[in-house]
Design a protein around this ligand. Structure first.
Ligand code: GLC
Length: 753
């Protein structure tokens, strides 16, 4: 044991709180890393590239650490065990290189925030950053210094269970919120012990899984890959996300884990990224069933060549890298380049100076300020989709409230997916919050169904009785947490179980019914939305869902959530997204299936692009959401009607609160390039601003459009702005607004994005 370690263990034993050392200059880190690599054996280098999942102070894990066979561990969250395992690495190995402890802290560690799709519905980067900061403080207090978040996969298909973990269908919304999350996790000094390294995942194109089926193949032309799927990752690389994770899927036949063009040519050579790349769980090994690798040795060689620094749970590197190097199939210099990225991260995290958790201050959970922030996040994420006047609950008219439905009191399920560290007893449900707000005597509770997939109608009669006794019915429907997230895809996006039938029974009582949906994705709720008098959508909101919904339903707080995805009328519309192409026959003269006459002529329903049963477009469009007040928009005013080669155009629009109470609105900037060498979408989000206005107050929002905002990719990787007419909107959602015209006056090539 060397002197430094003796000091650390003495301090550790004394339970002293380590003062965080200042971050080392990059030049100093580089010098120390070079020195260390120069002293490492090949075996020790390979060990740094190996990440294992650990639960507890397992003897085999201790042995692997002492043998220098593991460089990072995921899933250990007991601070005592973290320190024990860390001491094995720091004090019982030849070079004392510390471990990194990682966890999927996706939307909170103990204080659970809305799932990322819900955080996207806030359209508020400050809310996302605050939630990530709180998550980092809670998780780092037990020794977690690396989270596998944010996930910035663009998701255009609600069938895909992992849409829950995404920021939705748009690259600009996703990149803006993803960057905010990185800042929250990493703060401005990653060496501080209450920070976590972020991880931009899953690189790349994972959300384009065919048929919305997880892990499925993708076919993404390079122009689309760069215009849409890579854009958020580029933003996170530029924002300094300390790590990336490659994805399970193949892109056009090449799995990401062995995709040199993606991981080396684009990420490293083109973007200049110098962080760390970790594989997904077993993704190197999965190149065998993909049909890309003959065996694990071959997969290891492909992953090293592509640039996967750390092998998570494939045992490919520990099993085959020595042989590959000794046989000259992989150079030790290439291995050194991977090890460098690992050691850089450990120095940037300050782990060489400060490897241990301060147990005296660990387990910092559920601070009142954190719970308050979590409640505000839900309040800003919930979306008011329909309101015929039933909301807010009118206290002068409403004395009795019926609270019904399988999601009214679901402490586990309201937290959503990826909450391995959830303590559900801390979840405050809508039932509890409403009883606290209105008094138990005024809240009549009858779940009607025991869980969302429940097909039994045995509880219906009690639910109907409760409804009949009440002045208003609050029906909490949705999805259990397990119905979204990894490997949890659904081909039918209807409300599961007998939830729709229960709503029909409740509506038949003649009472006003407010349907509140908690789910991990946008569901196909057209029939239910037509039945209910009001519809509120809350993507699984986490710990403080109840108090937030009570505040919103009562009118204490106004709705400000906006759709981060397009809501389908029917499942069969998926994939469904607003930034679609116009086609040569855009939908017109829609004749719905029940309106078609018998023996109608073949062309009687027209020949344009729509569904006979679902019509066309979203039930609730991207960017849409109602408020308890109203907003009006002036026509956008451009500072010029033409944009030159390097010019910029300022777009102004005055938004007015024309209602009688304060509210927040999300003004959205959209463009459309009407004629181009590759057809462009009918709309593309290019900016947004969430503003709060008092009754009668107006504010002029201002956006700057540069050529780069109008650019798109051609010939694979070339970025161009082509001459011609553009429309520019500042609007409340992707379907509304009055466009201004903008002309690009000459072709130019701008720097590649
Ligand atoms: C999972 C997920 C990935 C996660 C990793 C570690 O399979 O794909 O998002 O970070 O494994 O848990």
């Amino acid at each position: 044991m060397n002197k430094k370690n003796l000091l650390f263990s003495a301090l550790m034993a004394a339970g002293c709180a380590f003062s965080a050392m200042a971050v080392l200059p990059e030049a100093e880190i580089n010098s120390r890393v070079n020195d260390l690599i120069g002293r490492m054996t090949l075996e020790e280098k390979i060990g740094q590239l190996n990440q294992l999942s650990g639960y507890g102070y397992a003897p085999e894990m201790v042995g692997q650490i002492r043998n220098g066979a593991v460089g990072s561990i995921l899933n250990e969250v007991d601070p005592e065990v973290v320190n024990k395992l860390q001491r094995e690495a720091v004090e019982n190995t030849r070079l004392g290189i510390p471990l990194i402890f990682a966890r999927d802290v996706i939307h909170g560690f103990k204080t659970i925030f809305p799932i990322p799709l819900g955080q996207a519905a806030t359209w508020n980067p400050a809310v996302v950053e605050e939630g990530a900061r709180i998550a980092a403080d809670e998780a780092s207090s037990v020794g977690i210094r690396w989270t596998f978040s944010p996930m910035v996969d663009i998701s255009r298909d609600a069938r895909w269970g992992r849409i829950a973990e995404s920021f939705g269908e748009d690259p600009v919304l996703s990149e803006t919120l993803g960057v905010a999350m990185v800042k929250g996790y990493q703060s401005d000094d990653l060496s501080q012990p209450n920070t976590m390294a972020a991880c931009a995942k899953h690189f790349a194109g994972y959300g384009a899984a065919e048929s919305g089926k997880d892990y499925n193949t993708t076919w993404i032309p390079e122009e689309l890959l760069r215009d849409v799927y890579l854009r958020p990752f580029k933003a996170l690389a530029d924002a300094g996300s300390a790590t990336f994770m490659c994805s399970f899927n193949d892109i056009n036949g090449v799995p990401s884990s062995g995709n040199r063009k993606l991981l080396q040519n684009i990420l490293r050579d083109e973007w200049g990224y110098d962080g760390l790349m970790v594989s997904d769980w077993g993704s190197i090994q999965q190149m065998i069933p993909h049909g890309y690798s003959e065996n694990l040795r071959h997969a290891a060689a492909q992953a090293v060549d592509a640039g996967v620094d750390i092998d998570m749970e494939s045992y490919a590197y520990t099993g085959h890298l020595r042989d590959l190097v000794e046989k000259g199939e992989v150079s030790e210099a290439r291995v050194d380049s991977l090890v460098r990225n690992v050691l850089n991260l450990k120095y940037r995290l300050g782990l060489f100076e400060n490897p241990y958790v301060d147990v005296a201050t660990s387990k910092r959970f559920y601070a009142p300020a954190s719970l308050d922030a979590a409640r505000r996040a839900v309040e800003e994420s919930a979306i008011l989709l329909k309101n015929t006047g039933t909301l807010p609950i009118n206290n002068s008219k409403v004395k009795k409230i019926a609270v019904i439905g399988p999601m009214a009191d679901a402490q586990h399920d309201q937290a959503g997916t990826w909450v391995f560290d959830l303590e559900k007893e801390h979840s405050v449900t809508p039932l509890t919050a409403l009883q606290q707000m209105y008094g138990k005597e005024n809240v009549i509770y009858a779940p009607g169904l025991d869980y969302t997939r429940d097909l039994s109608t045995k509880g219906f009669s009690d639910a109907v009785k409760a409804a009949k006794k009440a002045d208003v019915v609050l029906y909490f429907a949705g999805e259990e947490a397990v119905l979204s997230g990894e490997a949890h895809c659904r081909a039918d996006l209807s409300l599961p179980g007998a939830q729709s039938r229960l709503l029909q029974e409740l509506k038949a009582t003649g009472k006003p019914v407010v349907m509140v949906v908690q789910a991990g994705r946008q569901l196909a709720i057209m029939p239910e939305s037509e039945l209910a008098d009001a519809v509120v959508y809350c993507f699984h909101g986490g710990t403080m869902t109840g108090p937030a919904l009570a505040n919103l339903l009562s009118g204490n707080v106004n709705f400000s959530g906006r759709c981060p995805v397009s809501f389908p009328r029917m499942s069969g519309q998926e994939p469904l997204y607003y930034n679609r192409k116009n086609t040569g026959r855009p939908a017109e003269g829609i004749t719905l299936i029940n309106d078609i006459e018998l023996e109608a002529g073949q062309t009687s329903t027209g020949c344009t692009s729509y569904y006979l049963d679902a019509g066309d477009g979203a039930l609730f469009p991207f960017g849409y959401g109602l408020s308890y007040t109203d907003f009006t928009y002036s026509d956008p005013v451009l500072s010029a009607s033409e944009i030159g080669p390097d010019g910029t155009v300022t777009v102004k629009c005055t938004v007015t609160n024309s209602g009688d109470r304060a509210g927040s609105e999300v003004a959205q900037l959209y463009i459309r390039d009407h004629v181009a060498s590759l057809i462009r979408p009918v709309r593309e989000l290019r900016g947004f601003e969430k503003i709060t206005l008092q009754p009668g107050e107006s504010k002029t929002v201002e956006f700057v459009l540069t050529p780069a905002e109008l650019a798109f990719h051609v010939n694979g990787s070339q970025t161009v702005v082509e001459p011609g007419e553009f429309s520019v909107w500042v609007a409340p959602n992707a379907n509304e607004g009055t466009p201004a015209r903008l002309t690009v006056v000459k072709p130019q090539t701008v720097a590649s994005r």
